[in-house]
Design a protein around this ligand. Structure first.
Ligand code: PRX
Length: 653
């Protein structure tokens, strides 16, 4: 594996943190019994978890495996919206807060399970009145408002397949996703608040809608606010959410779906320019998100649980909406930015709502570190009892800061490794039992079988290798929307059709703890978000002055990685800072602000091997400042030639 040599293998972490006696005593899991049971019989473990949910009809087989394809809980009939809502209405939880929402401008809105159920039923009926039915694809392009969760749950209720598109993506990214899934309904909002500014989602969506013939109707959620957000409402096609809700009946029994009926698609970056529509199905995803939320976050009825992700990402799907609501938890949902109006907004929220379980990303933790520990110290964070991390490797320094300054030194931290494709958490510690080791995600969750292999499929005993999942799990992706061949090629062709290749490098300590070393493919992880280098390259070459582009990641203190683009301009263009700015803007407009290159380096020629392959590793070294010093010299063709020769001497062709 050529990429392995770049892994940072030098870290020797010896500190271990066991849960306090007090935490372990109240924890759902405080010994190794789950691990033991699931090792003996993983299917029995999942089946036991599945039994805790309500099924309209029981399954025949727990798993039916025709590698690489798999079905879970075959012929079982279930509805995830029913398990998130109706199941709780029969208990005292009916009047428990399901979602406590805080807007950026300080409004607070609470939905009990009963109220959420009513709104979800009404909106499901409203969608039906617009012709949405089982299997219809529905795109959701919204701010972080409760109606985003309502829309998702309403789709799940009637078997419509939602495709949530992160509100920060560009109109072009939105239309690409709508067109790939042939979505018929788009749900959006007039706008949302972000760092004191209005994000005009409907206006952005309108640009996408110029190019999405499959869309028949648009629903606009009017975000409550002082000043109206101006937006266009097209007669016949566009409908206000609140008007539809006034007319809709609250009677909408959940559709009895097959366990393998698709639940949603969620697009994620891969190694080509075209994002992949990851397909999740109903039964297995329900079981996976339910079991992991319960055990990893140790959720109790008294908890106030806050996951800071956006519903536009898989973390928002599995651990804001579906997992916690299946567990009957109280979920805090926050609309805005962590630094508005001040840098201590998160700590203020934790104090105000007495948040007890807090799940965020290393990139946020590093920003908090930069802003200083004095800010959390100003607030009473004593309600916190458990912390989580997700999205990228958490460096031990950030881990220790999180532990000390947010957790007060006595909250376990669960570092959770998983992906859009895995649907739910795969590697972590269970907080009442496992010993957490900064920088190590932990061990495979009960029922998950993971290991480290080399390129040839041999187990790697020591040192780094490729992370591999050797047995199916319930919440795994079933295919890529409209492209099963890509599904097989991307995930199941590295070794054999039984082994899932997640695209990450890893190593293990002597106790079996996994350290995740990052992507081994051409996918970057910028602030915990996946960005395909090819996507950014396609956006760059789409600009009329660009001849060729190569994109690599550079280590970044806050974001983990930053996008650096090497660009050759067409002959008629002269290199200038103005063009650099224009190109950065062009990428942001084409994909979304998250993909905006941090730096553009002009090159007269891109260094290529004699066989014509771009020397990405060299470019990465140059971007990181490790190789050959002055990057500006790349503009001179003779230097490129020299660089190529030196590179080939060092690494071979
Ligand atoms: O590289 C891994 C990294 O994020 C990738 C998955 O990205 P995405 O599908 O967008 O899902 C992010 C949220 C689940 C993985 O392939 N990653 C995620 N969690 C961790 C991580 N890397 C290290 N440690 C983690 N805890």
């Amino acid at each position: 594996m050529s990429e392995q040599v770049t892994f940072d293998d030098l870290l020797h972490e010896e500190r271990e943190f066991a849960p306090s006696k007090e935490f372990a005593e109240q924890a759902i899991v405080s010994d190794d019994s789950l691990y033991k049971q699931s090792e003996k019989d993983p299917l029995a473990f999942w089946e036991k978890e599945a039994r805790e949910l309500e099924w309209f009809a029981p399954w025949k087989e727990v798993m039916e495996w025709t590698p690489p394809h798999v079905k879970w809980f075959t012929n079982g009939r279930i509805n995830l919206s029913h398990n998130c809502l109706d199941r709780h209405l029969k208990t005292w939880r009916r009047n428990k807060a399901a979602i406590i929402w805080e807007g950026e401008n300080n409004e607070i809105k609470t939905f009990t399970y009963q109220q959420l159920h009513t709104d979800v039923c009404k909106f499901a009926n409203a969608m039906k009145s617009l012709g949405v039915t089982k299997g219809t694809r529905v795109a959701i392009y919204m701010a972080m408002v409760p109606e985003a969760a309502i829309a998702m749950l309403a789709c799940a209720r009637i078997g419509a397949i939602h495709s949530v598109v992160f509100g920060g993506f560009s109109p072009e990214s939105l239309s690409d996703r709508i067109n790939d899934a042939q979505a018929e309904l788009l749900i959006t909002s007039d706008g949302g608040w972000r760092r004191g500014n209005i994000v005009p989602l409907k206006n952005e969506a309108d640009k996408a809608l110029e190019n999405t013939p499959s869309i028949k109707n648009v629903v606009i959620v009017k975000r409550p606010h002082g000043e109206p957000f101006p937006c266009r409402v097209k007669d016949g096609r566009d409908h206000w959410y609140h008007r539809l809700m006034e007319e809709a009946s609250a009677d909408c029994p959940a559709t009895e779906l097959d366990s393998e009926d698709p639940l949603y698609t969620l697009y994620t970056s891969g190694t080509t320019g075209k994002p992949k529509g990851i397909v999740h199905t109903t039964g297995g995803y329900s079981v996976g998100t339910y079991a992991t939320t319960k055990y990893v976050f140790d959720l109790k009825d008294e908890d106030i649980y806050w996951c800071t992700a956006d519903v536009g990402w898989v973390t928002g799907h599995s651990y804001i909406v579906y997992g916690p609501l299946q567990c009957g938890a109280t979920v805090l949902m926050y609309e805005g930015a962590p630094n508005y109006p001040e840098n201590d907004r998160f700590w203020e929220i934790i104090e105000r709502h007495r948040v007890s379980v807090f799940y965020t990303a290393p990139t946020a933790i590093r920003a908090f570190m930069k802003w200083g520990h004095q800010l959390p110290a100003k607030h009473d964070l004593s309600s916190l009892r458990l912390l989580g991390s997700v999205g990228e490797p958490i460096n031990p320094e950030a881990w220790m800061w999180y532990h000390k300054h947010i957790g007060g030194g006595n909250c376990p931290i669960v570092d959770t490794w998983w992906q859009t494709e895995t649907g739910s958490i795969m590697i972590t510690t269970l907080p009442g039992y496992g010993k957490a080791k900064p920088g190590y995600a932990g061990v495979p969750f009960p029922g998950i079988q993971a290991t480290i292999l080399d390129e040839d499929g041999n187990e790697v005993e020591s040192g780094s290798g490729l992370l591999a999942v050797t047995h199916p799990w319930p919440s795994m992706l079933r295919t890529i929307w409209g492209d099963d061949e890509r599904f097989v090629n991307t995930y199941f062709s590295k070794w054999n059709k039984k082994i899932y290749f997640p695209g990450d490098g890893a190593k293990r300590d002597e106790k079996g703890n996994f350290m995740i070393l990052g992507r081994v493919d051409d996918v970057l992880n910028v602030s915990g978000h996946r960005i395909g280098t090819m996507e950014v390259e396609s956006a760059l070459v789409d600009h009329h002055l660009v001849a060729e582009a190569a994109v690599v990641g550079r280590k970044h203190d806050l974001k983990g990685q930053a996008v650096v683009a090497f660009v050759t301009l067409k002959a008629r263009a002269t290199m200038s800072d103005a063009i650099k700015d224009e190109l950065k803007k062009h990428v942001a407009t084409k994909i979304g602000a998250i993909a905006r290159p941090e730096e553009i380096i002009f090159a007269a020629d891109l260094p290529k091997t004699r066989s014509g392959k771009i020397m990405r590793r060299l470019l990465r070294d140059i971007a990181d400042g490790n190789a050959l010093g002055d990057t500006t010299t790349l503009a001179d063709p003779s230097v490129v030639e020299m660089v190529r020769e030196q590179y080939e001497e060092k690494y071979g062709d």
